[in-house]
Design a protein around this ligand. Sequence first.
Ligand code: RIB
Ligand code: CA
Length: 352
Amino acid sequence: MAGQNTIGIRLCIYSLLIKWYNLYDMKHVILDTDPGVDDVMALALALASSDLKIEALTTVSGNAAVEQCARNCQLVVEFLHPENPPPVALGATQPLVRPPLTAHEVHGPDGIGGITQLHLPDGLRKYPEPTLSLDPRPAPQLIVDLARDLGERLSLVTLGPLTNIAQAIDLDRSAMRNIGEIIVMGGAFKVYGNTSLVAEFNIFVDPEAAQMTVGLGAPLTIIPLDVTEQVRLMRGRIDSRLEAAPSAVLELVRDVSAFYMDYHREHDGFDGCYMHDPLTVGMAIDHSFIRTVPTVVAVETTGELTRGMTLAELRPGRLPELPNAEVAVEVDAERFIDFFLSRLQETMKNAK
Ligand code: RIB
Ligand code: CA
């Protein structure tokens, strides 16, 4: 009998050690986000990834007003109902010095493709209003608290304007500089902008915050339109996966992206959508999807026509000696799309 007890105790210790090691070995991540249709798909990928521990979801004014972004974030978290939902915090209501700018023409009236208006045959909401309460801390404070706790074990992934990041830098520059990596979806270097001729939305909305972020000195990786516009999820890909096997999370992807794909069909000439934010989360999971180069990035904040333009030396043989960022220049788009769809389908079986 005593021998069995000893074996039982040993098994218990081993399982605790394995849990501790996995937790220690996982990548601790904050997603700063402005849901936003592609943000929703990025959230689903992050929540489906056991190699990430999502420490917090911090919301910022961008595609929609920050209160709407926070509600959208909570709705997605509750629908996908991971065992222990990460805290959702409310962030900046507007950019550091400029008026807020939203993108409802792209992301729909509720910011997430109108899925809040979808109902089941019994009349109930297909994606119910969230009931989770927000974290009491403002987003910049939550970011700083986690930066102080986790330091270089923390990965900060930004999917919206950088206002929260700039305000966190103002709160504790030293803690923010010690973060392990900051991965930013934003910018346009060798391609046109998507908000002005030269500027990408996240940077255009708050160029001053972007300038503070590139000047921070933390390990920074930028995922610009140069690569994200090569990654297109076609409407037919989702439909064919759903015909092969039902999946609540792929149904969410189909429902949330319909409005966004209509916009791309009309403005960009293809029946699908760019995967800006999901690719950025993909970079946090596996750097091999993307090739980056070290360079110095600058952000235009004073130009009337060039506000939010991102500039960097990307010519081979001329890369600067003291870089402030890694900029993504190539992407394995097809492999990422397959990865995205498969990971969601395989792991999010417990969505409602
Ligand atoms: O320019 C694309 C970026 O702006 C994406 O993050 C999209 O969600 C919007 O925030
Ligand atoms: Ca976004």
